[in-house]
Write a protein that binds this ligand. Structure first.
Ligand SMILES: [Fe+2]
Length: 301
């Protein structure tokens, strides 16, 4: 089965507040965990949803981040300012990136590009992305007891070098962030993969996640797959990864190995003419460029 990442997706898990930028709220017997914090403009809405679902002054103990992109950690600083008891966990590389002025500037610029879509949701609140404290450096093999449920940490590089997946073994729920692509199309039937840091790492990470045999896969954007659709989605993502590499190689061949020309041709044909990719055009081109140059580099070596 598949469903939009919105509302109750399991008796212990809710997706809040917007299916395109879901944060997954996991309620354990003793501790509550939020996985990802979407874009900064949605910060106030994440907090409102958390307070609606969980009563009390300290509704949330952990916020774990799947990777260092602005649309996954955007609301983290806001939530930490509003909930000072909150402990934020991420890959150690994220802490370093947050100290870089140029990275923060880019994240805030990308966030602002979403303002026309989410105008009004942030109200007058200050949601600017600033460095925030990462209280827990998460790494492969870490496990956190939430009371009746636990959260295991897996390093899944390939989309970014700091990508993490979280797995709740008691209910076999996997949160891969963007390490397993993003479903595209009305029914999430296609998969757009993004191996921004390494094609080979991306494949290896996907194979590892398939080996976990999840029964629920809560994707970083839009969809949750359950039952046999969970494994099917990961298998489709794996196939899409090899296909996307082939597509890039075909364009590189047609451009006599010239990465710049191949990128232009892909944008024209696959993005502008096909019209099926939801991602913002500039973000698409930036990510495409990283992948084409990476594949061109692999061919040279
Ligand atoms: Fe990402």
């Amino acid at each position: 089965m598949k469903q939009l990442a919105s509302g109750t997706i399991h008796e212990r898990i809710s997706a809040i507040p917007n299916s395109w930028y879901p944060a997954y709220l996991v309620r354990g017997g003793t501790k509550n965990l939020l996985i990802d914090a979407g874009i900064n403009l949605l910060g106030p809405l994440y907090l409102k949803s958390i307070r609606e679902i969980i009563a009390g002054p300290n509704p949330l103990q952990y916020l774990f981040l799947t990777h260092s992109h602005y649309d996954h950690l955007g609301g983290a600083g806001y939530l930490k300012r509003q909930l000072p008891e909150l402990t934020i966990g991420a890959h150690e590389r994220v802490a370093g990136l947050l100290q870089k002025e140029s990275v923060l500037e880019m994240m805030n610029r990308l966030s602002e590009s979403q303002r026309k879509l989410f105008q009004g949701l942030a109200g007058n609140e200050d949601v600017k992305i600033r460095p925030f404290e990462i209280g827990l450096i998460l790494k492969q093999g870490d496990e956190f007891d939430l009371g009746g449920l636990s959260c295991r940490v897996y390093e899944v590089p390939g989309h970014t070098r700091d990508s993490l997946a979280f797995f709740i073994p008691e209910i076999k729920a996997l949160f891969p962030g963007e390490a397993a692509g993003v479903p595209q199309g009305k029914g999430g039937e296609a998969v757009q993969v993004e191996f921004l840091s390494s094609y080979h790492d991306y494949l290896k990470s996907l194979e590892m996640m398939i080996g976990l045999e999840p029964e629920m896969v809560c994707i970083g954007h839009a969809w949750v797959f359950t039952g046999s659709d969970a494994g099917d989605y990961l298998a489709r993502s794996l196939a899409a990864t090899a296909r996307y590499k082939e597509l890039i190689e075909n364009y590189l061949d047609a451009a006599d190995g010239d990465a710049g020309r191949a990128i232009q041709a892909i944008v024209r044909t696959e993005y502008d003419e096909s019209g099926t990719i939801f991602q913002e055009r500039n973000a698409y081109i930036t990510n495409l460029t990283a992948q084409v140059r990476h594949i061109a580099g692999l061919r040279e070596n």
